[in-house]
Design a protein around this ligand. Structure first.
Ligand code: NAI
Ligand code: NA
Length: 397
């Protein structure tokens, strides 16, 4: 099959396996060039197939030889047209590179929210590794079935109170379109908290703890985005922000338990805005992202997911350079939050239009990242090559 990109309403409906491989390879290369550091023996990552979860897995695996167990929800290729999801291929090629490196790893593909998945994973950890030292919670989903009542909740990306007006980026035409973020109902807010809040994270920690598979000094970290006044209306003060607030409350509760039982810690970490499968869905957010890329690249402080996570684990989690805020959140987003950066971003936000979007924002770099997370736009991948999806798709489970 010869795979060309196909974008429909800003979603890449096809992905290129060999480009996904290149994406994983480049992240590994970055870590190897940056050097080893001391980290955890065994980590469980929920959502480790793409974005920040995958970068965490690569930073730990290739940076500290950590054994990594990953739970993700991905689709394998099917038939003549369905290429599978990028995360499916990322898992495959992570495995291939990890094997070459002599690392220990395991993948579970399915619903992390379910009891069944938790049982299988806990059981595996118990038999194979005995204990884990780290649990990363990097899940992004628009729905969750609560295993206790079987009800499926859907999250929404909406504002609270007033509507918010801004622009969205149309990926195929490289242009801006006016976009309105509608205010959510009370029910929508509550459902979003059910999906993206801390309930499931807490269930994981409780099940792992009850099974006796948490090591002394065990750490668990959930990822959040705090952003700046420029993004508050669409993120922190919107529905997703309410879910993240719940995640923070969960962290506080878990921290007490984990401290007492394991002398460990439960942390929230706020990461930098980047292009991922999840973030591209947030209305108005991509424009902020394209501007942020422009400003941070100009200042030489721009980071992709792997640069961000490598620095995070090496310096802030397993090193002595942790940056925290007044709420004890760990802040690898410090470079994004820099005052000068934010003031320049706000200036550009005020003047951006279709006429100047290519000059004053990094819309091209932003979209290039979008193509790359789907396996396209790599100069060293031959996109005319006929790829055998079935042959490539031999994921070890
Ligand atoms: P992503 O879409 O790249 O990754 C989401 C992961 O969750 C994937 O591995 C996917 O397979 C997994 N997943 C989804 N539903 C699942 C299910 N039911 N069972 C098992 N796995 C499931 O997203 P991204 O952006 O890396 O998000 C991860 C975390 O990072 C989120 O908490 C997000 O809020 C946070 N974050 C993201 C930022 C960004 O700019 N992308 C900025 C700051 C924080
Ligand atoms: Na992720």
């Amino acid at each position: 099959m010869i795979i060309q990109p196909a974008i429909k309403s800003n979603i890449c409906v096809r992905v290129h396996p060999l480009g996904c491989k290149e994406n994983v390879r480049r992240q590994i290369e970055f870590v190897k060039q940056s050097g080893e550091f001391k980290g955890p023996k065994t980590a469980l990552i929920i959502g480790g197939s793409s974005g920040y979860g995958l970068a965490s897995r690569i930073a730990l695996g290739f940076g500290c030889k950590t054994n990594t167990v990953n739970v993700s929800f991905e689709m394998e290729p099917r038939g003549a047209t369905r290429t599978g999801t990028a995360g499916w291929w990322n898992n495959i090629f992570f495995q291939q590179f990890a094997k070459e490196e002599g690392l220990s790893f395991k993948d579970f593909v399915g619903d992390a929210f379910s009891f069944e998945m938790k049982e299988v994973v806990v059981d595996y950890i118990k038999k194979k590794y005995g204990k884990i030292d780290l649990l990363i919670y990097s899940l992004a989903s628009n729905r969750r079935t609560d295993p206790r009542d079987g009800v499926t909740y859907k999250s929404v990306l909406k504002s609270i109170g007033d509507e918010v007006r801004g622009y969205s980026i149309d990926i195929t035409s490289l242009s801006l379109k006016e976009e309105i973020m509608e205010p959510a109902t009370e029910e929508e807010i509550n459902n979003t908290i059910k999906v993206m809040g801390g309930e499931d994270w807490q269930m994981w920690v409780e099940m792992l703890s009850e099974a006796g598979v948490l090591a002394d000094d065990f750490k668990t970290i959930a990822y959040t985005y705090l952003g700046s006044p420029a993004t508050y209306p669409i993120y922190k003060d919107g529905t997703i922000g309410q879910a993240k607030k719940h995640l923070e409350q969960t962290a506080a509760a878990l921290d007490n338990i984990v401290k007492e039982k394991y002398n460990g810690e439960a942390l929230i970490s706020s990461s930098k805005a980047i292009v991922t499968k999840a973030s591209i869905y947030i209305p108005i957010f991509p424009v902020y992202g394209a501007i942020l890329y422009k400003v941070m690249k100009k200042h030489g402080t721009h980071e992709g997911e792997i640069e961000q996570k490598y620095r995070f684990f090496k310096e802030m989690i397993y090193g002595n350079e942790r940056i925290t805020d007044e709420e004890s959140r760990v802040r690898p987003d410090n470079l994004e939050m820099d005052e000068q950066v934010q003031s320049e971003v706000e200036d550009i936000l005020k003047s951006v239009s279709n006429e100047n979007v290519r000059e004053i924002t990094d819309i091209e770099g932003f979209i290039d990242d979008f193509m790359k997370i789907n396996g396209f736009n790599f100069d060293n991948v031959d996109y005319d090559e006929d790829v055998d999806l079935e042959e490539l798709a031999k994921l070890e489970l």
